[in-house]
Ligand binder design. Structure first.
Ligand code: SF4
Ligand code: SF4
Ligand code: FES
Length: 463
């Protein structure tokens, strides 16, 4: 397709001939309201909100179904087009409940935004005349539907028909009785179902897990990478520190990266934020009892020096590359064998043809690149130093030092708490060899040290 120049709001833009006008408007941040269009789902043309004026056309046209042509002159603003949008919005809102104060979408609702931008009219309909639908329907897969908040944009139904091809949702009924529903006797049931909560532009679909946990304007969204498998989907971590409380993660949301995950993530990855907070190892434990850091570091040195014999270091393949490199140098210095057994990381039942990888370790590729062995040591060893690797049960070690992010039942002489990925920063290489940087997002009131911080403290203790 050839590149051509077109004029929008008296400015000239270069675009591909035959491409969608709405994509150009979105790309250049030219404000146009829309409900039903989504870059992943394409045009549906049902909401009529994306109207623009095109010179030579008698009536306003929808930008989501208009192809860019030579000599096109487009207007996205002005009294006329604002009036058209206001009328369409009024139609969308005729039967919408006055729910905003109790709706969990408030703050990230397109209806609210567009009403403030283009609406602001006096309602012509009495509250008692509105058509009501069912509220609080448990669709399955942790998604709650409020039928009367729906603007019938069909993003959710198109997601299940075009993307997951599971076809659980449809729009039933006619006119003002039309509503979204599951097929009779069926539940929403696919491993990517919660993406429809992000797709829904209004408060009709909410996440059972997140709803009413936080008002969204209190949340900070920080970019990160999911550690649920080797795909390395890009996410936002939404977090907040309430007064007198610790910094808390409330949800993961997908972050667009066309090279990795497109617009979506899987539900298991989305809910994996809980592992970063539940059952955390926060205390230093020496021989089953809590201890202070000075005592723990002394015990570390004693365990290192007690007797001779083979030292084995295990490293979790979810650690950042920088952490693995530092552990590798440390292992060489100690004359220890470094390994990252992958047995428990392979999960064929989890994998699919889309995003989910059977390799559950998010940085397995770095283990390969760094040449770290992946065999589980089967001989008797004198000292095992474990950096959060889950595979210790079958290892026969006389003494064990264990760095842990979360509590585990495996015994150890010395247990040291470790920061989870959101409390540290570093690089991950995904299964396709794409390197991605993952910044530190969370700072706890009483932070657990990162691998690198522990390495520095322990080496100072040994030298
Ligand atoms: S439930 Fe949400 S995504 Fe589905 S059709 Fe209604 S408004 Fe659109
Ligand atoms: S596919 Fe893997 S990386 Fe992506 S969200 Fe799911 S668990 Fe996380
Ligand atoms: S976004 Fe164009 S009609 Fe809905």
């Amino acid at each position: 397709m050839s590149q051509i120049d077109i004029v929008i709001d008296n400015m000239t833009f270069t675009a591909e001939k035959g491409s969608l006008l709405i994509d150009l408007l979105i790309k250049h941040d030219l404000k146009v309201p829309y409900f039903c269009y989504h870059e992943a789902l394409g045009a549906d043309g049902n909401c009529r909100m994306c109207m623009v004026e095109i010179e030579g056309q008698k009536r306003p046209q929808i930008a989501c179904d208009t192809l860019i042509k030579e000599e096109m002159v487009v207007r996205t603003k002005g009294e006329n087009i604002d009036g058209v949008r206001r009328d369409i919005l009024e139609l969308e809102l005729i039967n919408h409940p006055i729910d905003c104060p109790v709706c969990d979408q408030a703050g990230e609702c397109k209806l609210q935004d567009f009403y403030m931008d283009y609406g602001l009219y006096e309602s012509n309909i009495k509250q008692s005349d509105k058509v009501h639908h069912r509220k609080h329907i448990d669709l399955g897969s942790s998604v709650i539907l409020d039928q009367e908040r729906c603007v019938l944009c069909a993003r959710c139904t198109r997601f299940t028909s075009d993307i997951t091809k599971t076809h659980e949702l449809g729009i039933i009924g006619r006119g003002d009785h039309a509503c979204v529903s599951t097929m009779p006797g069926k539940k929403l049931d696919n491993p990517y179902a919660m993406n429809i909560v992000d797709l829904c532009p209004v408060g009709a679909l909410t996440s059972k897990d997140f709803r009413f946990q936080q008002r969204v304007w209190f949340l900070t969204s920080s970019p990160s990478i999911c550690h649920g498998c080797a795909k390395g989907c890009n996410i936002f971590i939404d977090h907040n520190r309430e007064k007198y409380k610790d910094e808390t993660i409330y949800r993961f949301r997908p972050r667009e990266n066309q090279q990795v995950n497109g617009f979506f993530i899987c539900d298991e990855g989305r809910l994996s934020y809980k592992k970063l907070q539940d059952n955390r190892q926060l205390d230093m434990i020496l021989n089953g009892k809590s201890c202070e850091e000075a005592e723990a570091l002394e015990a570390y040195r004693n365990l290192l020096e007690a007797g001779s014999g083979k030292i084995v270091i295990l490293a979790d393949a979810n650690l950042y590359t920088e952490e693995l490199e530092m552990i590798q140098i440390y292992a060489q210095k100690l004359g220890a064998t470094l390994s990252s057994p992958m047995v428990s990381d392979l999960d064929d039942a989890f994998a699919d043809e889309w995003l989910k990888s059977s390799q559950r370790a998010s940085n397995a590729k770095a283990i390969e690149k760094l040449g770290i062995m992946t065999d589980l040591p089967d001989e008797k060893i004198a000292l095992l130093i474990n950096f959060n690797h889950p595979n210790t049960v079958s290892i026969d070690a006389e003494r064990v030092i264990s760095f842990r992010t979360n509590q585990q039942k495996e015994p150890a002489d010395l247990i040291l708490p470790l920061a989870v990925f959101s409390e540290s920063s570093g690089t991950l290489t995904n299964e396709d060899g794409i390197e991605q940087y993952c910044p530190k997002v969370i700072t706890r009131n009483d932070p657990a040290p990162t691998v690198i911080e522990w390495m520095i403290r322990c080496q100072e203790e040994v030298e």
